[in-house]
Design a protein around this ligand. Sequence first.
Ligand SMILES: [Zn+2]
Length: 305
Amino acid sequence: MIVCFDIGGTAIKGAVAHAPEDVRPLPRRPTPLQDFDAFVQVLRDTIAESGGAPECIAISIAGVLDPDSGAATVANIPCIHGRRLVADLEAALALPVIVANDADCFAIAEAGLGAGRGHRVVFGAIIGSGVGGGLVIDGRLINSHGGFAGEWGHGPVAATRTGNPPLEIPRFQCGCGLKGCVDATCSARGMETLHMHLHGERLTSEEIIAGWDAGELKASQTIDIVVDVIASPLALVINVTGATIVPVGGGLSNSRTFLQAIDAAVRARILRRFDRPLVVPALCTVEPGLLGAALLGLTANHQKE
Ligand SMILES: [Zn+2]
C-alpha cells in the first residue's frame, strides 16, 4: 500500500492506493504555504488517516525538481520552494518519497488508465493555464529525476509570422523568463494576450473559443493563429518521440472542437500518417495528479520488491 498526494497552492489531496484500480481518496486539507513544519504535519495527518503503514509516499506537485541539486521550484508554495524536497520529506517522514511534476503525473495516468491505454509511446499534453506535458514509454515515465522532460511549451519557438493572410506576431514574454514560448501564445492567458494584441479586445479564453465556434471573425483569426503556432512544435514532439497518442488535459481541452482543430493541424505536419485522431481528450479527468502519483508510487514499490 502507498499513500499518494496531489499538492497544489490551495489544497493537499491525499489517497490510499492498493492497486491502480483501487485508489481511495482521503479528506483534503488546506496547503500550509509558509510553514514547512505545518506542511509536513498535514502529510503526517493524512498518512495516519490511511490506517496503515505505507511502503512509500508519491507526490504530484505543480513544479519541477532540479535534476542536479534536487531543489524544488514550486512558485505558489513558498515553504517548499527551493527545498531539496525529496530528501527533506524522507528525513521528516522516515519513508521513501517520490515527487513528480503534475503534467508528468497526468501523462502517466493517461498512459495507464486513460486514453493512452494500449499505446507504447504516450505523450500527455496539458493545454490550459500553462502548456506542458510528459512522456511515458512502455509504462515508464521518461523523467526519473526532475520534471523537465516533456516541457514542449517553453523555449522561443513560437512562429512570429502566422495566420492567413500572414501577420507578424511578437515574441510575448513568458512566465518562465523566456520570450516567444508556445505557452506565452497558446495557454489560456497567452490566447487572451494574442487576442488583445490582434483586436484590442479583452476576452477570456472561453469567450474566444465560443466566438470561434460561432464563426465570429476576430475570434476565428485568433484561434487560427493559436492552432498554427501550437501545431508545429507538437508535431515535432510526435516525430521525435514516436508517440501514437496524445491525450490532452488542462482547461482548454474542454473544447472538443479546439482539440479537433489542433489534431487536424498536427496530423498534417507529421511524417507518419494516421487515419484516426492522434490528439484526443484525456479520459482521467477526475484527479489525474493523484492517479498519476498513485501509479508512480505503485510502480516504484513493485520494482523494489
Ligand atoms: Zn516559457
